[in-house]
Design a protein around this ligand. Structure first.
Ligand code: NDP
Length: 449
């Protein structure tokens, strides 16, 4: 087992996020390989770790002052054993090969869990739309698509959004794809409702994360009603996590962006959430402005010299990390436990560092890793693809019911795999094993390709 990890570390020594994601999966699936030597014989894990294809390209564009800029674009086509490559595009200054490979690797298991025929991919660029004009973002997206289009197709590779890629960016990307291919096809998901998008796609990841928490609590015969919740970030996932938590009678007391966080003891109710949505999606402002509008709230600027994130250090029952990878370290995890948090449902991908995960597991809280808890986004992307292919549109109620059913079946699959392999209630092992087995069996069926 360690030889696989040794090989990954030696081949790409600087890809620390990728190492982190692979290490967790390798540890979880060891008992599966021990029980099924044919997987080892076929080197399934070794093959899963190697992307089927990595595309890297130059993205030149002109800013509003006539300056010529250049960014780096990527697409990782990770695994197509169970369907066409599917996964988001991230535009953020931190984007590099390691981050995209970790995300694409996680996507392999996540997409398998959705029960839909979706392979895995991920992509993006080290371009940050923050502070750019609409025209600059449009020119960047057009240049990005001028290269990426040749690798995409509704049966080949279908990207969606992620950090920094929302409805605006998907629109510009789709416009250029359509022009270049002279074809109107469902090649991106997260599209506008007027031109092929699905109802509930914007809400799907956040809602799904809450549905997953509901399922975990149901095992203890509890619900989210009156639960006090911590949410990080204020982007797409955070917004709809808060919306669903409010609908279910919970109270959310925190929200953040990369500069700082808000603590609102009275709770971020529906009216305040509508202000956040206007602030972040319309005005494209900063979360500190929330405290100007609602003086009862306290804004704290993040201080890079602290060894913990103060957002996670408040009395609460549940936490929904919704920002980015590694936003919860061991100290944060311990602070959460000390403050009474016993449900963690990850909207973000890999937000908890391995030492933090250990603390959650040792304390036997209800802990759902992102690849299970946030699979609702890609699941509704899959439903958007189905609607596009069938040239139909399902109602809001239909899509939400399907989303809820998918989250329930992911929860059941994780729980049953965790029980089968002797770690009942360990959703980390459960998600890794259930996702792995489905992809592994498909790869076995398809031979050495
Ligand atoms: P958005 O771009 O809509 O929002 C991102 C939010 O996270 C912003 O509030 C941003 O703050 C904050 N953030 C980003 N980087 C950091 C950082 N380094 N430190 C602190 N805060 C940060 O992205 P999404 O809501 O779509 O994505 C959030 C997470 O959810 C990501 O991990 C993504 O991979 C995951 N996810 C998203 C899915 C989707 O459907 N959108 C599906 C599954 C998972 P600021 O504005 O200051 O940058």
């Amino acid at each position: 087992m360690s030889t696989i990890l040794d090989r990954v570390f030696a081949k790409d020594p600087f890809e620390k996020e990728f190492h982190q994601a692979v290490t967790e999966v390798v540890r979880s699936v060891k008992p599966v390989l021990d029980k099924n030597p044919e997987y080892r014989h076929a080197n399934i894990l070794g093959r899963m770790i190697e992307p089927e294809r990595v595309i890297q390209f130059r993205v030149p564009w002109v800013d509003d002052h006539g300056q010529i800029k250049v960014n780096r674009g990527f697409r990782i086509e990770m695994n197509s054993a169970i369907g066409p490559y599917k996964g988001g595009l991230r535009f953020h200054s931190s984007v590099n090969l390691s981050i995209l490979k970790f995300l694409a690797f996680e996507q392999t298991f996540k997409n398998a869990l959705t029960t839909l025929p979706l392979g895995a991919g991920k992509g993006g660029a080290d371009f940050d739309p923050k502070g750019k004009s609409d025209n600059e973002v449009m020119r960047f997206c057009q240049s990005f698509m001028c290269e990426l289009f040749r690798h995409l197709g509704p049966d080949t590779d279908i990207p969606a959004g992620d950090i920094g890629v929302g409805a605006r960016e998907i629109g510009y990307l789709f416009g250029m794809y359509k022009k270049l291919k002279n074809e109107f096809s469902g090649v991106l998901t997260g599209k506008g409702l007027n031109w092929g998008g699905s109802l509930i796609r914007p809400e799907a990841t956040g809602y799904g994360t809450v549905f997953f928490a509901e399922e975990m609590l149901a095992i203890r015969r509890e619900s989210l009603k009156d639960k006090v919740c911590l949410v990080s970030a204020s982007g797409n996932v955070a917004q709809y996590t808060i919306e669903k938590l409010n609908q279910l009678g919970a109270k959310v007391i925190t929200i953040s962006d990369s500069s700082g966080y808000i603590y609102d003891e009275k709770g971020i109710d529906e009216a305040k959430l509508q202000y956040v949505i206007y602030l972040k999606n319309g005005k494209r402002g900063r979360i500190r402005e929330y405290a100007d509008k609602y003086p009862e709230a306290v804004y704290t600027e993040f201080n890079g010299s602290l060894d913990h994130n103060p957002l996670w250090n408040h009395k609460a029952d549940c936490a929904f990390p919704s920002a980015t990878q590694n936003e919860i370290n061991a100290k944060d995890a311990q602070n959460m436990i000390n403050n009474g948090v016993y449900v963690v449902s990850e909207g973000a991908n890999m937000p908890t560092m391995p030492e933090g995960v250990e603390i959650f597991l040792d304390n036997k809280i209800l802990y759902a890793p992102g690849k299970a808890a946030n699979a609702g986004g890609v699941a509704v992307s899959g439903l958007e693809m189905s609607q596009n292919s069938m040239r139909i549109k399902w109602t809001r109620e239909e899509v939400e019911a399907k989303l809820k059913g998918i989250m329930q079946s992911i929860h059941a699959a994780c729980l049953s795999a965790s029980e089968e392999y002797g770690t009942p209630g360990n959703y980390v092992n459960g998600a890794n094993i259930a996702g792995f087995v489905k992809v592994a069996d498909s790869m076995m069926d398809q031979g050495i390709v």
